[in-house]
Design a protein around this ligand. Structure first.
Ligand code: NAD
Length: 430
């Protein structure tokens, strides 16, 4: 990069930036040489968010005092359609993390070819410290603050870490109250009673399982009897774990924010789901051995499913991992250094942008159903989901073989080509 170009880029947009945004920029640098020359000239488009909003979210706590939270909504790219991406509540959320998550949504939506750009939101809060009514007030105030840039045709939030159907219902209601009429299509992942879609709650975990099966077929790994490690036992990890277990695999270890448990004979994933719902985490699950968190990575398995937060597989633990296939349920769980180490050890990595795209695919179905006010059966939804996921995987796998690149780079080649082709034909305004 020339000095002139370096000076033109603010430090927070630089690839040396640590954390998820730096990871994303390195991924773009890796894919750039594989793009057609006429698209390469647009690559800078992908290295900056289109729009980033920081909002102050003040609320009355139950004890009468006022507390301020910082919230974000980032629209990374809207060349192919409205912004689309989840809303995260977490005490460590930062603007640069939300920028990365928004950018991965642009790539993901293009990788599975749903007609959306990429967006993401976050509030820097530990929601476990708030009462239900405080959480509702915070959600409503945050929604009002980002009201200026969201909408069914402009940017459509959905659940992510620590947000759920109830949070989406409050967002939909707040947006609709400001508008003067009900706008169900402003968020997805809503309760069924409010225009939500059958199958949405399980869609991301289901997609992880479907893609894991496709990847396993390519390298002759059997699901029956396979050993599975899952990090994160929430919406994504919990659903994926149950599907693996239902289909004859053994979930041998699970880690979440409360600790790590192991049972080499296989954990009862249904009972574990109940335990997590009752106690808030996997710790203390009867019949399982508690092990140190660091030991999780070295347990021998056929599938490792990171389904918690970013940067969990990194240069410190990647060399310890003993598995055949990593299926990224979480967004950005593997750093570029770890990606290289896993490839050296012949471990297949199925990247987030395809592995966890089931959620946004059924979110797309939900949005389409809301617009047409015509709702599909769960069977129709699951069939369409499976087809979209399998076709996307097949196309990306082919590119990986043809160009002898990782599945991640192949997914980025497919996605960036779609985004930048749209950019190219649209041209620049004015
Ligand atoms: P969730 O809130 O339902 O669950 C998060 C899980 O991560 C919990 O089990 C929690 O205990 C665990 N966790 C948190 N911090 C941890 C830590 N430090 N170490 C180990 N475990 C930890 O969230 P979710 O919706 O299942 O999302 C999980 C991941 O999947 C995120 O990366 C999210 O962006 C991604 N994702 C979610 C969806 C979706 O539809 N919900 C779609 C695509 C991607």
């Amino acid at each position: 990069m020339s000095t002139e170009q370096q000076h033109a880029i603010p430090s927070y947009l630089n690839a040396d930036h640590l954390g998820p945004w730096g990871t994303y920029l390195q991924q773009i640098d890796r894919v750039a040489p594989y793009l057609d020359a006429h698209l390469q000239r647009w690559i800078e488009t992908l290295k900056r968010p289109k729009r980033a909003l920081i909002v102050d979210v003040p609320i009355h706590l139950d004890n009468g005092t006022v507390k301020h939270f910082e919230g974000y909504r980032v629209q990374h790219n809207t060349s192919r359609g409205p912004g689309k991406g989840g809303l995260r509540y977490h005490q460590d959320v930062t603007l640069s993390e939300v920028m990365a998550l928004a950018a991965w949504m642009s790539i993901k939506n293009a990788a599975v070819n749903v007609p959306y750009g990429g967006a993401k939101g976050g509030v820097r809060v530990d929601p476990r410290q708030l009462s239900l009514s405080e959480l509702e007030r915070m959600t409503r105030r945050y929604t009002s603050e980002i009201n200026v840039i969201i909408g069914p045709n402009s940017d459509i939030p959905a659940p992510d870490v620590n947000t759920n159907e109830q949070v989406m219902a409050w967002m939909m209601d707040t947006y609709s109250m400001n508008l003067g009429h009900s706008a169900t299509g402003v968020v997805t992942g809503k309760p069924i009673s409010l225009g939500g879609s059958l199958g949405r709650r399980e869609a991301t975990g289901r997609g992880v399982y479907v893609i894991a099966c496709e990847a396993a077929r390519q390298i002759n790994v059997e699901i029956e009897g396979a050993r599975i490690a899952v990090q994160g036992f929430g919406n994504v990890g919990g659903t994926a774990a149950r599907l693996f277990a239902e289909n004859g695999a053994k979930v041998v270890t699970v880690q979440d924010h409360t600790g790590t448990i192991m049972s080499l004979g296989g954990l009862d994933t249904v009972a574990l789901t109940k335990h997590v719902a009752e106690t808030g985490g996997v710790a203390g699950f009867p019949g399982a051995e508690k092990i140190p968190d660091a030991d999780f990575w070295a347990i021998e398995t056929e599938f490792l499913i990171p389904a918690a937060l970013e940067g969990q597989i990194n240069e410190h633990n990647a060399s310890k991992i003993r598995t055949r296939i990593v299926v990224e349920g979480a967004n950005g769980p593997t750093t570029p250094e770890a990606d290289d180490l896993l490839r050296e050890h012949n471990i297949l990595v199925i990247p987030d942008v395809i592995a966890n795209a089931g959620g946004v695919t059924v979110s797309y179905f939900e949005w389409v159903q809301d617009f047409s006010s015509f709702f599909w059966t769960e069977e129709e939804i699951n069939q369409r989901l499976d087809r979209v996921m399998r076709e996307a995987f097949a196309g990306i796998w082919l590119v990986a073989q043809e160009k002898n690149v990782s599945v991640r780079t192949a997914a980025f080649i497919v996605a960036c080509t779609r985004i930048l082709t749209a950019r190219d034909v649209r041209g620049l305004y004015p």
